[in-house]
Design a binder for this molecule. Structure first.
Ligand SMILES: C[S@@+](CC[C@H](N)C(=O)[O-])C[C@H]1O[C@@H](n2cnc3c(N)ncnc32)[C@H](O)[C@@H]1O
Length: 207
């Protein structure tokens, strides 16, 4: 799998996953304790979360291996004069500035990796965070219809490699103090045919 899979979807719509973000994400940004936090968005896609953060005053580094997604986000950042640095890179090899960021965002990223790469990428997020910095992470769980190849799965489920069984995301974040972690199933009308997702949503703080 490479960035080309998502390029095909991003070519159909410049806001393929919509523009909405969860209230928990806004609360996460507010909780970083800085008016201009440094944010690292890993697997940023077309920049749904990066753009919201930058418009609220954050300085953002957005990383994704999709050539089109990163180009679309860079164009939006330029047009809006937003402080977003966009890097086309594979997060499994990404070396960010150590202890630089107040927040790391990983929404729907870890489920796109092989299970064997998950701990390494979480460790890279940990290394990139300044002490006291926080991570906002969303993954898909085994309650996701994509896990059992059901009809109400996302049209992009073909790119998913790793579904987390209940309770199995937390151990990857053992180095963090867990601020919150909850698992749920929800409808998704933001892209493609209506479908459902099993989600685990975790916020953790670097000690
Ligand atoms: C489902 S999309 C989510 C995009 C964005 N986080 C959002 O919530 O709108 C997953 C993104 O992860 C990116 N991705 C998956 N594996 C990656 C990897 N190894 N390196 C960089 N980006 C990756 C894909 O290119 C895609 O843009």
């Amino acid at each position: 799998m490479s960035g080309a899979f998502f390029d095909g979807f991003y070519a159909k719509d410049p806001t393929y996953y919509g523009t909405d973000v969860r209230p928990e994400y806004l609360a996460f940004l507010d909780g970083l304790g800085s008016a201009e936090p440094a944010i690292l968005d890993l697997g940023a896609g077309q920049g749904r979360h990066a753009l919201v953060a930058a418009r609220r005053g954050a300085r953002v580094t957005a990383v994704d291996y999709s050539a089109l997604g990163t180009a679309q986000l860079a164009a939006l950042a330029r047009a809006g004069d937003l402080p977003i640095t966009v890097e086309q890179a594979d997060v499994t090899r990404y070396e960010g500035a150590p202890e630089h960021f107040d927040g790391v965002v990983m929404v729907s990223l870890l489920s796109h990796l092989d299970l064997s790469a998950v701990q390494d990428v979480v460790d890279r997020a940990f290394a990139a965070l300044a002490p006291g910095g926080q991570v906002f992470c969303e993954v898909f769980t085994t309650d996701d219809p994509g896990f059992r190849h059901a009809a109400d799965a996302s049209e992009t489920a073909g790119a998913l490699h790793t579904y987390f069984a209940p309770g199995t995301l937390l151990p990857y974040f053992a180095a963090f103090d867990i601020v919150s972690c909850r698992e749920f199933v929800e409808d998704d009308f933001a892209h493609g045919p209506a479908h459902r997702h099993g989600v685990a949503l975790l916020v953790g703080r670097k000690r």
